[in-house]
Design a protein around this ligand. Sequence first.
Ligand SMILES: [Zn+2]
Length: 195
Amino acid sequence: MEHKRSAGTAAWSGVRGGHTVAEGEVMIQKGLQDPKVKFLREQLEKAGCKITDNFFKSVRCDTPMSGFFCPKSNGGIQVCANNLRFQDEVTQVLIHELIHAYDQCRAKNMDWGNRTHRACTEIRASHLSGDCHFLRELLRGNFKIIGHEQACVKRRVVNSMTGTNTNCSKIAATIAMEVVWDTCYNDTAPFDKAP
Ligand SMILES: [Zn+2]
């Protein structure tokens, strides 16, 4: 759901090189042309959850998160323009949040307050969106190579679960994540395998 970029400060205004809300709208429109984004929207529609273009919104965020999915019926996906620099990042946020939308759509009884449900969808979203592809990790300055992808997914899941608007400790998040790790990491639906 929510994704912190780095430790926040009191008066957060965005990252250096971040974008305006209007620029973010243009980047979202470009991102909607991405084959993975298109595929996920098709799969959502097949699963009975049609997603229109106005499901996606560019917003300004006052915390260091990159985007979020609002699970309520008319929620939609919000992209934090002021925290994103590159088109590639915006597209990735769309993919990540669409995985959450897909999980909510297929599960019907998804409970976002349930740590296990939450851990599972965060594992899938970080794994399947390529949040942890090797080059991206290098750019973040994380150079550990062996097992880097899984370590990165784990770090991001715990970060997300302990973010704003959650009351989940790091230990509780880690335990919930480890319980469902194998099942959820290997669940690559709607992709045949991790793209
Ligand atoms: Zn997420």
